[in-house]
Design a protein around this ligand. Structure first.
Ligand code: SF4
Length: 1024
């Protein structure tokens, strides 16, 4: 055709622009070029034909977004009857999408509302719903002067009919060419038939022998089938046929399969632009190839693009949707800040990503949209209130203050515009949920994307495409719906592919084409047109090829048959798939390698090769009798991460894995890693020592430094009762927290069922008890009066309000539940006070804190400096009583003596402090449990019980002086320990814990072998 009509204008109608374009590129390689050729597809061709009529009638073509908005409106108008099955489904986003597809399919098949009405569908409710939705959709198209794809194709057809038997001028072509593979169904088929009637020629393509051509595919086979045309009839292959090279292999994963492809390319010395990879699953293989090619620095073009989520824009889109769906959790933003995916406007870009992420973390936002504003505003106000510390130089303080302010302002400029544009959405528990539209969410997302660096290549393309999609959603999808449904709609519209190369989106055609110097990945529809020297057809497992074609859930196969209008059934679609693969195989030239992935890691099952591989083997060996057993032999061993002996390594991974697997034995590689990474190597003996049991630094046994670590000898060490109790419970914990100063990160963690953790709940209740007793005395109220309880509940209400600013609330339901629980506990406190009285002489008696001098407790070996705060001191006729509130349960106290093996010291220490500070003699140290769980219990320790506390402290501090901080011998001590993760503590079930460190200690404590256990053993045995 090119030779016969070198300068005529030739319009080629192709199933897709990319496949037509690739064909022309191939033409330019094998003949005189593509002068005069132009590629189009049925839709733009119909638009060209119908443009004059559309302009005359003031009609506008619908895009996907307008289309969805109109279809939604049509569905709302056709609402099924209340109580029907369909009514229950109609707001679900999945159902709506399926109905959209069904209505589009009916329109493209040329089925109108009257046809649906007449059809005897089994489900009459569905028939009524579809008929009404279709009718309303057509009315809306008319009212709004819009044309959908089906309407466009029909108008194109009508325009053709009006022109008589010639090619219309609007097409600006001398010759019309139709590519095989075009669909001949419905209104598109009518248009193609009308073109053919006006002299359009169907180009011949490689024949498919042994399969019937499905009726709805335009097809014209060449007279001389190629060798690969005989895929489904290997026995019919003429004897003299030339047999092109065909290879087979299988791999353990998609990644291994692609690595093997690259290895073979390297071994054959092929340049990248002489190779095409064809896959039935361009999504999975495209993502894996992108990752691999980025690491290896290989240029690749993708016929169907890259999924948006492989780009920075895609990552940010996903993060934003997760952020608003999961209650605005701060860790999502922190991750983006750390990765540099969120940046302030150019004027504020002087801060490193890590510095902004650190500043953001210090705000302790946790979750909840309101907290972003309140925490940033409070922190900014706090910057102005800051003054230099005692050790600070004025200059350095000012610089630090300025940096803090500037970082906070940068965070404000990133987050506030997005929060302003994001509509109110339900919290994580689904409360406070108003209906929102995809348009409103798109506006918030656009504001968020403005703070994302544009990047280059696929990142820039993705940003451009996402911007365009969001703009259209904002303009069209304004129907308010359930929040989750709106998010799903947004997500689906953003599930798109973007150009991988440097080509901009404005060039619709070249953006998806194979480029010189690039490896090319395509799918079955586009594959084989580029005519490259070697083709790798990957992903040929039985699950993917021929795959599975399920029934449409709205228009069932039975409905399609009843409608009798050429709507394809699932079986017909499957036949077409099989045929299209055979057509692809027939057009492949040069060497072909077929492969499949043999293992599905997600489902932990093996994958069988596709039957088409067996057909290809039969054809390659010219033996139709071959079986899957023969194919198994041809596929050989499974290619895995360890390259086979003698294979050229692709990269460092291949070199490393090749060495590990040399000689057929898998080595551990530890020695090589240790040599290359000395710091890792240093950790290995430490890990061994931890297991082997010789007490050392890993177990908390360190070089003795009594002058530094023993509080009796170092006057700068002031300790609290809780620190000493921590030493009593587990010396290793004391070493980590009080000596090494380790702290867990202070990030609020979202627990949907809990607002306050035990520590914060306890401290809130302590504040309420103190505030109530103090206010009651000021107001002259006694506990027996009715107003006392109201006062206590008021104090609680205020404390809850204050704590809300500090600790974000996971949801209003959780807050309501916890507030109810706290009120019950406060009422329990009131009842207890009414029963036991509260003749207090001091509340929150602080000592050794701030400017106050510590209380010194004389011990053998030196004085122990104490600090802390005593909850309450009472005085009655018996004497002075020191009271400590406990908000847990009292059962841990049973049978544990006065000191519980060194874990309970507060009552005795506070008695000493009280005597020192207030004078007199303390009669008892008491623990009160004034909560519902605590059952109002009171535990009392008298003078006798606490008399030996000094002796016990001496034993404990002897361990400190000797550098012996061995772990506890009881796993239960690890239950609420900050270092549980460091010590690898795990839950065992039935409330039990598995603590390797505690087990190790228990094993050695009484063995009498290691002196390091001497102190802990004496402490545990102190009360017998
Ligand atoms: S987890 Fe257990 S062994 Fe480890 S420091 Fe904490 S209490 Fe001690």
């Amino acid at each position: 055709m090119a030779a016969r009509h070198p300068i005529d204008r030739k319009l080629v109608v192709s199933p897709t622009l990319a496949s037509g374009r690739e064909l022309l590129r191939r033409l330019s390689l094998v003949s005189d070029g593509w002068i005069g050729f132009e590629v189009t597809t049925p839709r733009p061709l119909a638009l060209r034909l119908s443009l004059p009529e559309m302009e005359r009638a003031g009609l506008v073509a619908l895009d996907a977004f307008d289309g969805q908005a109109l279809l939604d409106e049509a569905m709302d108008a056709a609402m099924p009857r209340p109580g029907s099955d369909l009514r229950a489904l109609v707001d679900g986003v999945g159902f709506r999408e399926r109905v959209h597809d069904a209505i589009e399919a009916l329109r493209l098949a040329g089925v109108g509302p009257a046809d649906v009405e007449k059809a005897r569908l089994a489900d009459w409710e569905k028939r009524r719903f579809l008929r009404q939705a279709l009718q309303r959709f057509e009315e809306l198209l008319l009212e709004r002067r819009r044309v959908d794809v089906a309407g466009l194709l029909r108008m194109g057809y009508e325009a053709l009919e009006k022109t008589g038997g010639r090619i219309p001028d609007a097409l600006d072509a001398d010759i019309l060419l139709l590519l095989p593979g075009l669909g001949t169904r419905g209104v598109a088929g009518s248009l193609i038939a009308a073109l053919a009637a006006r002299g359009a020629k169907v180009l011949a393509t490689d024949a498919v022998v042994g399969l019937e051509t499905p009726e709805p595919i335009l097809w014209k086979p060449t007279k001389n089938p190629s060798t690969r045309s005989y895929l489904h009839a290997p026995g019919s292959l003429p004897g003299e046929s030339e047999q092109p090279e065909t290879e087979f292999f299988r791999a353990a994963s998609v990644n291994d399969e692609l690595r093997e492809v690259l290895r073979r390319i390297a071994e054959r010395g092929l340049s990248l632009d002489r190779v095409e990879i064809v896959s039935p699953d361009p999504e999975a293989y495209g993502a894996a190839l992108h990752l691999l090619s980025e690491r290896l620095g290989l240029p690749v073009t993708y016929a169907v693009g890259l999924p948006l989520e492989r780009t920075r824009t895609g990552r940010v889109v996903r993060a934003y949707l997760e952020w608003i769906e999961e209650g605005f959790q701060a860790h999502v933003i922190r991750r983006l800040l750390e990765a540099g995916d969120l940046r302030p406007p150019r004027s504020r870009q002087q801060h490193a990503a890590a510095a902004l992420a650190r500043r953001f973390r210090s705000l302790r936002i946790g979750w909840g949209r309101k907290r972003y504003r309140s925490q940033i505003r409070q922190a900014l106000a706090g910057v102005d209130r800051q003054g230099p510390g005692r050790q600070d130089l004025e200059d350095s303080f000012r610089r630090r203050q300025e940096r803090t302010r500037s970082e906070l302002e940068a965070l404000r400029s990133i987050l506030f515009p997005t929060l302003k544009e994001t509509p109110t959405v339900p919290d994580r528990m689904g409360e406070d949920g108003k209906r929102v539209s995809p348009a409103e969410l798109a506006r918030g997302l656009r504001a968020f994307l403005r703070r994302v660096p544009k990047g280059v290549g696929p990142d820039a393309n993705a940003r451009e495409d996402a911007e365009h999609i969001l703009e259209r959603i904002e303009a069209t999808l304004v129907r308010r719906t359930d929040f989750r449904a709106a998010v799903t709609v947004l997500r689906r519209h953003l599930t798109v592919r973007v150009r991988a190369g440097s080509v901009r989106s404005s060039d619709e055609v070249t953006a998806w084409s194979a480029e010189g110097g690039h490896l090319h990945l395509s799918d079955f529809e586009h594959g084989g047109f580029v005519g490259r020297e070697a083709t790798f057809v990957v992903g040929l497992d039985a699950d993917r090829v021929p795959g599975f074609e399920g029934q449409d859930p709205v228009l069932l196969d039975s409905d399609r048959r009843v409608l009798n209008s050429g709507l394809p059934t699932s079986a017909e679609l499957m036949r077409e798939r099989v045929f299209r693969f055979a057509a692809l195989y027939a057009r492949l030239r040069g060497a072909v390698t077929l492969s499949h992935c043999a293992w599905d890691a997600a489902q932990a099952r093996s994958l069988a090769p596709s039957p088409v591989m067996l057909q290809a083997l039969r054809l390659a060996r010219e033996d139709p009798a071959l079986t899957f057993q023969d194919l198994d032999g041809a596929l050989g061993g499974i290619v895995c991460a360890v390259p086979a002996v003698g294979r050229a390594p692709l990269d460092r991974d291949d070199v490393w894995m090749g060495e590990l697997g040399r000689g057929g034995v898998m080595r551990s590689g530890v020695d090589a890693v240790s040599t290359a990474f000395p710091r890792l190597a240093a950790g290995l003996p430490a890990r061994r020592a931890l297991r082997e049991g010789t007490p050392g630094p890993g177990h908390g046994v360190i070089e003795p430094r009594p002058d530094v670590l023993d509080p009796r000898r170092n006057p700068s060490l002031v300790v609290s009762a809780s620190r000493l109790e921590s030493l009593g419970a587990c010396p290793l914990r004391y070493l980590q927290s009080s000596v090494l100063g380790l702290r867990p990160p202070d990030d609020p963690e979202l627990d949907p069922d809990r607002w306050l953790d035990a520590l914060r709940r306890g401290s809130l209740l302590h504040g309420v008890y103190e505030g109530t007793l103090r206010a009651a005395r000021e107001q002259g109220l006694t506990p027996d009066e009715e107003a006392f309880e109201s006062l206590a509940l008021d104090v609680l209400g205020r404390a809850i309000q204050l704590t809300r600013d500090e600790v974000p609330v996971p949801g209003e339901g959780t807050l309501r539940r916890e507030t109810g629980g706290l009120e019950n506990d406060v009422r329990a406190f009131v009842r207890m006070v009414r029963r036991t009285g509260a003749p207090w002489v001091a509340l929150e008696l602080k000592f050794g804190l701030g400017d106050d001098e510590p209380v010194i407790m004389p011990l053998e070996g030196g004085g122990l400096r104490l600090r802390g705060a005593i909850d309450r001191v009472d005085e009655d006729l018996v004497g002075i009583h020191v009271i400590d509130y406990k908000t847990g349960v009292a059962r841990d106290f049973a049978g544990t003596g006065a000191f519980n093996g060194g874990r309970r010291l507060q009552h005795a220490l506070y008695a000493r402090v009280t005597e020192e500070r207030l004078g007199g003699e303390v009669a008892t140290g008491q623990y009160h449990f004034p909560t519902v769980r605590g059952e109002h219990r009171t535990l009392v320790f008298d003078r006798l019980a606490r008399a030996r506390v000094g002796e016990l402290l001496g034993l404990m501090l002897d361990g400190v002086a000797s550098g012996s901080f061995v772990p506890t011998d009881q796993a239960d001590d690890c239950r609420f320990c900050d270092f549980a993760e460091v010590c690898r503590v795990k839950k065992k079930g039935f409330g039990k814990l598995n603590s390797p460190m505690a087990d190790w200690s228990q094993e050695h404590l009484n063995a009498g072998v290691w002196p390091a256990f001497g102190s802990l053993k004496r402490v545990r045995m102190f009360e017998g």
